[in-house]
Ligand binder design. Structure first.
Ligand SMILES: CSC[C@@H](O)[C@@H](O)C(=O)COP(=O)(O)O
Ligand SMILES: [Zn+2]
Length: 242
């Protein structure tokens, strides 16, 4: 993707210019390249946002996320929600209000994946709810006694990680025609499940967040591992709950 964002926003290019690979503008590009290889951000879907003190770094909407350059990044002032830097032509990610919902709850980064494992898990939970006559909209993904559960924190406001014998619960919300319309139900799930750091979107993907980008990333990895395992377990007729 061609780097844009010089002329009109040149004065704010200092916000996205750094030789530090961990600078959010550089880091988002590297993460999205890696996430593309995992099938998390294919076909322009998915993304990642990072909060750095007063600033939120946001990718553009509808672009090939694996080809983004730091100059393509939007920078928002978190306190006022005003854009300090807007690359020309591009629009900010439609996921922005969902990322902000995570930042409003103390997150330092939020990742959105379109992983097929996440989507398949929501389809299996939907199938279970329908076959058992339960409300699909109330269903959660639940699993226990899998070592990788220990890669998921106990919950917001709690120290430490889940244990091997703890049950991992990930709420699932309904998909909507437009990404931004998910905001209300994502926030409702965050309130209903105050301990969760992740919400699945039925037939769509996953939102996962953490205190910083490293925590958001390792949780995304742990969850994707667990979702993939869960799909394979179902194929082998193995139960998720002991
Ligand atoms: C394949 S289009 C997917 C989008 O509608 C949306 O679900 C998404 O995840 C990315 O939105 P975007 O505005 O491009 O950042
Ligand atoms: Zn999406």
């Amino acid at each position: 993707m061609k780097a844009q964002g010089s002329s009109a926003d040149e004065s704010m290019d200092n916000l996205i210019t750094s030789t530090d690979p961990e600078h959010p503008a550089n880091h988002i590009c590297t993460l999205c390249r890696n996430f593309y290889a995992l099938g998390w951000v294919t076909g322009t879907g998915g993304g990642v946002s990072i909060r750095d003190g007063p600033h939120i770094f946001i990718a553009p909407s509808g672009v090939q996320k694996e080809l983004m350059q730091p100059a393509n990044m939007f920078v928002m002032d978190y306190a006022t929600r005003a854009y300090l830097r807007k690359p020309p032509i591009l629009k900010p990610s439609a996921c922005t209000p969902l990322f902000l919902a995570a930042f409003d709850r103390g997150a330092g980064s939020c990742i959105h994946t379109h992983s097929q494992w996440a989507v398949l898990v929501t389809l299996l939970v939907e199938k279970d709810a329908v076959s058992q006559g339960r409300e699909v909209s109330d269903a959660c993904f639940e699993i226990e006694q899998i070592e990788q559960i220990k890669g998921i924190p106990k919950g917001r406001g709690k120290d430490g990680m889940l244990g091997f014998f703890d049950r991992l619960t990930v709420p699932i919300i309904e998909n909507t025609a437009h990404e931004e319309d998910l905001t209300q139900s994502l926030e409702a799930a965050m309130e209903r499940y105050p301990e969760t750091y992740a919400v699945l979107v039925r037939r769509h993907g996953l939102y996962v967040w953490g205190a910083n980008v490293q925590k958001a990333k390792t949780q995304a990895e742990s969850l994707d591992y667990i979702f993939r395992l869960a799909v394979e377990m179902r194929r082998l007729d193995l139960p998720w709950i002991q």
